[in-house]
Design a protein around this ligand. Structure first.
Ligand code: TRP
Length: 333
């Protein structure tokens, strides 16, 4: 008998997003955006401008949130996200997400949300006044971003794992109570090592130690010159310890072929930090040039159009899920 091969497993539907809070940097590009671009070649991808999530901590800055939208999308397009392939949308323009959030809020215990570690950590970092109802619900809203598209794969950083775990529990509870209308998402963890910033700490906007995608080449060179290096390598010919030097770490991403030679020359004292940084600045600028040229060439009016089209497409998918959700909860017949 001729049996047809079982269909290969359905390709993943991928969902991820960023809050519009400022320009993206090299850490985002190497750790996240490159993965998004790769995934978009084989999977259906949804990328969200999470403006409502930005309101959870910056509710008094609506204009900043509005203004950051454009930069975020320009950075995504610069990195190679292609709106013809990926659905790029605005969270607040897909009201099905907030509807799902309201419905799921009925079945998610407050204690589940209070025990998500970022809740306490962020209140400690930013003060008790950020502890709004919406802020407590942040991880549930994030789940709704994902679940409304029935996405099964979420590329995310380690810091997002506790949110995804809460989200999976919420989906399990929904499916148990009302029937299997929602899909439990899996995290896809980035394996890329943390990218060091100019002060040697993890590159982060809040540390003011970033090299931004949108920086020009002179700014990049200046920032590379300001990097901390091995404090024991005081003079040019002192032997250095490349394994603790953030400049050496960065050579891996833009100048991989030269890493063994640089390691040796630094350790022996043959290579000084000034020359090492010049080489890094050159290779980083070369690596970033295509993204920067793409960014500069994008007509800003196009950004609005991309978001409008993407949000309309996102709503179609979200609507199909919500019909099943409303039916499962017997809100409609
Ligand atoms: N919380 C994420 C962050 O701060 C942003 C985000 C919002 C997100 N919704 C999402 C990420 C859904 C993945 C999936 O980076």
């Amino acid at each position: 008998m001729n049996v047809e091969k079982p269909a290969s497993p359905a390709p993943s539907r991928v969902m991820s997003g960023h809050r519009p809070t400022g320009r993206l940097h090299l850490g985002h590009l190497l750790g996240t955006l490159n993965t998004w671009v790769e995934l978009s070649k084989t999977a259906e991808t949804f990328f969200e401008v999470a403006d409502l999530h930005a309101f959870t901590t910056a509710f008094d800055q609506p204009q900043q949130i509005r203004d950051a939208r454009e930069d975020l999308i320009l950075d995504w397009l610069a990195a190679g996200i292609d709106p013809a392939r990926s659905t790029i949308f605005l969270q607040s323009a897909v009201p099905e997400i907030t509807e799902l959030h309201a419905l799921l809020s009925m079945i998610v215990p407050v204690s589940w949300l209070q025990r998500v570690p970022t809740y306490k950590d962020q209140i400690e970092a930013l003060g008790p006044e950020i502890a709004t109802y919406g802020f407590l619900g942040y991880p549930l809203l994030q789940l709704c971003d994902i679940a409304v598209f029935r996405a099964d794969l979420v590329p995310a950083g380690k810091d997002q794992l506790s949110h995804l775990e809460l989200g999976r529990e919420a989906v399990r509870r929904f499916n148990h109570l009302y029937g299997p209308a929602l899909v439990e998402p899996q995290a896809l963890l980035s394996e890329f090592p943390a990218v060091p910033g100019t002060d040697g700490r993890k590159m982060s906007k809040s540390y003011h130690n970033t090299i931004d995608i949108a920086d020009d080449e002179a700014t990049t060179t200046k920032k590379v010159r300001s990097y901390v290096t091995d404090p024991r390598k005081v003079r040019r010919n002192d032997p250095g310890r490349p394994e603790i030097c953030p400049v050496f770490a960065l050579h891996h991403s833009s100048n991989a072929a030269r890493v063994p030679a640089i390691r040796e020359a630094c350790a022996s004292g043959a290579l000084g930090c000034v020359a090492c940084k010049s080489e890094l600045a050159e290779t980083l600028n070369a690596m970033l040039r295509p993204a920067r040229e793409r960014r500069a060439s994008i007509d800003r009016a196009r950004v609005d159009q991309i978001l409008r089209d993407g949000s309309a497409k996102a709503r179609e998918v979200a609507n199909a899920t919500m019909r099943d959700v409303r039916r499962a909860m017997k809100l409609i017949d």
